[in-house]
Design a protein around this ligand. Structure first.
Ligand SMILES: *Cc1c(COP(=O)(O)O)cnc(C)c1O
Length: 363
């Protein structure tokens, strides 16, 4: 009580992030074996990690007594994107980079704009910095860019945009996003979170990194947690102008990304076979799950990520009945979507298990 009072009111107002239920936790609760559980709750890569990344990680373990050096990853990313090394910010997951952006640009008396059903970390990072959240009503669960532009106030310093968005899967065509960027004055930073970028079909992609030249107020974040399969290592990055990266690097912990993660990330970047397999598995699995949802008669939000969000009616009840069958998906009550569930695209047999369990849960 008294200790809580020592924290600023804006910290006390935060409700913690709700992660997907860990497999081990469900196994303990239900008294069922870990192997019998299918977890499709956290948009993890069902193929695991790249074998090349694993080999690099194992090798790096030999030098674990040393503090990490992020030079190799920074250089690899700079080469990959044709940027200067001074335009890269390495993060302990891209979440870390989002947090750095909030710490750099937000403070009490400032505000940040985001779409109502956007990624949960945006309100969290905004609130932790003492700034005010401006959650803009969505359009069919996606970003309403016109409404977001109108919501920007003189004290707004960040606009958070996830494209594709999690948990809804919505995608903003890049030409629209570019028009939006052009319409803003440069005294507001746009954080463009592209955690699912690698899952976009080639036709939908755009070279957003090339936009950095034009928009010094743009920060792009990407991650090794999704298509690269390294969620547990915690490694991601931000790309921006040198000035932007310099600001973020000032508040970054010097050793925020660890040796194993750095080594694995460098190797993963070049494992094109693993990436292509992950992409293909996702495309096939998406078709499988969408066909299943259709058969069952449930509607979904068109998704451009490695997950799909569908309407389950009494989603809390359905979720409970899925858990009883050892299937973990993500309820979205904390995203103000109490009738929806989000399922990650898994392996073919995991998807089949999910669809079977879902039919049971609805029966
Ligand atoms: C998963 C996800 C991230 C990535 O988080 P990491 O910290 O890199 O694991 C970032 N943004 C969105 C929208 C996500 O869904």
């Amino acid at each position: 009580m008294t200790t809580a009072k020592l924290a600023p009111a804006y910290i006390r107002a935060i409700s913690p992030y709700l992660p997907g239920k860990p497999i081990t936790e469900l196994a303990r609760e239900m008294g069922i074996p870990v192997d019998s559980i299918v977890k499709l709750a956290s948009n993890e890569n069902p193929l695991g990690m790249s074998p090349k990344a694993r080999a690099a990680m194992d090798k790096a373990a030999a030098g674990i007594e040393r503090y990490p050096d992020n030079f190799d990853l920074t250089r690899s990313l700079a080469e990959r994107y044709g940027l200067g090394m001074d335009q890269i910010v390495v993060g302990n997951g891209s979440n870390d980079v989002l947090d750095l952006a909030a710490r750099v640009f937000l403070a009490p008396g400032r505000s940040a704009v985001f779409s109502r059903h956007a990624f949960a970390v945006y309100p969290l990072a905004t609130m932790a910095s003492g700034a005010e959240c401006i959650a803009v009503p969505a359009r069919e669960f996606g970003h309403d860019l016109d409404a977001m532009r109108m919501a920007i106030r003189p004290d707004t310093r960040i606009v958070w945009i996830a494209n594709p968005n999690n948990p809804t899967g919505n995608f903003l065509p890049y030409p629209q996003l570019r028009v939006f960027l052009k319409s803003l004055t440069q005294d507001v930073v746009v954080v463009l979170d592209e955690a699912y970028n690698e899952y976009l079909p080639p036709a939908d992609r755009a070279d957003t990194v090339a936009w950095l030249k034009e928009f010094p107020n743009l920060l792009i974040t990407r991650t090794f947690s999704k298509v690269y399969g390294l969620a547990g290592l915690r490694i991601g990055y931000g790309l921006g102008s040198a000035e932007m990266a310099d600001l973020l690097n000032r508040v970054r912990q010097p050793f925020n990304a660890n040796n194993l993660a750095l080594a694995a990330a460098v190797a993963a970047l070049d494992d094109h076979v693993f990436l292509a397999d992950s992409y293909d598995n996702n495309r096939r699995g998406m078709e499988q799950i969408l066909a299943g949802l259709k058969r069952i008669g449930l509607s979904h939000i068109p998704s451009h990520g490695n997950f799909v969000t569908f309407k389950a009616g009494d989603a809390a009840g359905v979720n409970q009945r899925l858990l009883k069958q050892g299937v973990i998906v993500r309820p979205l009550g904390n995203y103000a979507m109490p009738e929806h569930l989000r399922v990650t695209i898994g392996l073919e047999r995991e998807n089949a298990r999910f669809l079977e369990a879902l039919e049971q849960a609805l029966a």
